[in-house]
Design a protein. Sequence first.
Length: 185
Amino acid sequence: MKIYIDQGHNPENPNAGAEGNGFREQDIVFDIGLRTADRLRDAGIDVRLSRPTSETQLGSSVATSLAARVNDANDWGADYFISLHTNASEIRAASGSEAYIYRRDSPAEDLALQILRRLNEATGLRDRGVMARPSLYVLRKTRMPAVLVELGFITNPRDAELMAYSPGLFAAGIANGVLTDLGWQ
């Protein structure tokens, strides 16, 4: 079993992530991605990270950054692709985790449902549901089932602090969701 974990965004532009409450998306998802990879490796899964170091910069534009992630996963022959992000909203009270997939009634939807269920159990954040978003490049161009997970809202003070200061909870939720989906837990 090979799982590709894409820690969304680059450390700097192009394709840097959202900011909120003194935190940067690219830093939060980098850490959570590393911790998730460790948990999955401990379970016997082969894992590749899009950003193995915090300085890893992919591409020279948003388009080439996204293509580098997808091409790496496709070339490696990943069985699943999981892209980690933080959400943002002008509504500071917006909170919770949600996931995007290419289409409904698919292996990606099953995986997304398990990840969100386990994230909710681990973090207490609301499960905002799974939505089909076929326009997203990382969902459209991957050759394997792909899930883009919005872990929480970086613009919500509670969500942001939970992601930044308790990344292990998110890693546990994601890893447990994967293992449950695979029938390994």
